[in-house]
Unconditional design. Structure first.
Length: 258
């Protein structure tokens, strides 16, 4: 996909959007006495966690001039795998690592198809969306898996100093990438590839390899979002996060990287 459309080499919030959010926030604070309360703000934060985590990986892809429509399916598949492993007696750590590994594998497949086989990102990730979603339905026979592991459920409902664990995980993910992007080779190459892939290649950057790594990262964050969704709802369904990729892409575009 044309990097001139999807990758600008920099991120910047739209001032008009920021102003609109501030105005709505102030208006709701006056309209409802319950809006500007710690309980409500934490509920809003919990509602944003799933989109927020998945949007991090999608942001990297879009900055680099790509696109990923398979996020929702990756989330569902990761949640299903983790729930299946927990139901089979595996520990939380094993289920978590396996689900993240699955997300990275899906991302790697997208990256290979796009970077090395030069398939349009829209076509490649749309096909992956259908394939992964279909496999989730076939493997599970269309049935949901109820999670009974209390440690896993505590991840979705527990709190530390009054702040939900899933909100803390979102903050940690944001801080990690906030520090990574402007200060690391990985971050600088993302901007370079998205700004002008041909110039980046002539400068000695292996654009194929770095695009592959970017899609792997996107798959990992999508899997993490799927795990948070499963922990919060207490179950995993093959139809989970259906159409979720549109919410994530909308959030990224409104955030300013494109």
């Amino acid at each position: 996909m044309n990097s001139r459309i999807w990758g600008r080499g920099a991120t910047a919030l739209n001032p008009g959007l920021v102003l609109a959010v501030v105005v709505v926030f102030i208006a709701l604070s006056f309209i409802s006495p319950y809006f500007l309360t710690a309980t409500n703000l934490l509920n809003v934060a919990k509602a944003l966690v799933i989109v927020g985590i998945a949007a991090v990986g999608e942001t990297l892809v879009i900055i680099a001039g790509g696109f990923d429509l398979s996020i929702g399916s990756t989330m569902a598949a990761a949640g299903m795998l983790a729930a299946y492993m927990l139901d089979s007696g595996f520990g939380v750590a094993a289920a978590f690592c396996a689900a993240i590994g699955l997300g990275m594998s899906i991302g790697a497949t997208n990256g290979v198809l796009i970077s090395y086989f030069r398939i349009n990102p829209l076509i490649a990730t749309l096909a992956m969306l259908a394939i992964i979603r279909g496999l989730a339905f076939v493997i599970s026979n269309g049935r949901e898996i109820v999670i009974t592991n209390q440690t896993w459920l505590n991840l979705g409902t527990g709190k530390l100093a009054g702040i939900p664990y899933i909100v803390l995980i979102l903050v940690l993910v944001y801080l990690a990438f906030l520090l990574l992007l402007p200060r690391s080779t990985f971050g600088r190459y993302i901007y370079a590839i998205g700004s002008n892939a041909r110039a980046a290649r002539l400068a000695g950057i292996s654009t194929q390899r770095w695009r592959l790594l970017i899609y792997i990262t996107c798959g990992a964050t999508a899997a993490l979002a799927g795990l948070m969704l499963a922990a919060r709802t207490g179950n995993a369904r093959p139809a989970a996060a259906m159409g979720f990729e549109l919410d994530v892409i909308t959030a990224v575009i409104l955030g300013g990287p494109a």
